[in-house]
Design a protein. Structure first.
Length: 90
């Protein structure tokens, strides 16, 4: 492996140190991984879906456990939306 040196602004260096400590890796390993991820061809990157973006929120809202599979809930929502629209014409 070839050694290089670079200059980082103090806030960025602190971020690198904290992240390396959090992951339990060296600063060099963290910077190498970050560069590889940034320079990897786009086609090799995993496509990010909407689910990926909200994964931590899934299931966090109160409601029935079968809300996504029980058609009754969709019908109830459509009716409620329809009734709301009738009360508040746009």
């Amino acid at each position: 492996m070839t050694t290089i040196s670079l200059k980082l602004p103090a806030p960025l260096l602190r971020d690198v140190q904290e992240e390396a400590r959090r992951r339990g890796v060296s600063k060099s390993a963290l910077i190498r991984d970050s560069l590889q991820a940034a320079l990897r061809p786009k086609r090799a990157r995993k496509r990010v879906t909407c689910l990926d973006l909200i994964r931590d929120l899934v299931g966090s809202q109160p409601g029935p456990s079968d809300a996504s599979t029980n058609p009754r809930y969709l019908q109830d929502a459509i009716l409620a939306d329809y009734r709301r629209g009738r009360k508040n014409p746009r």
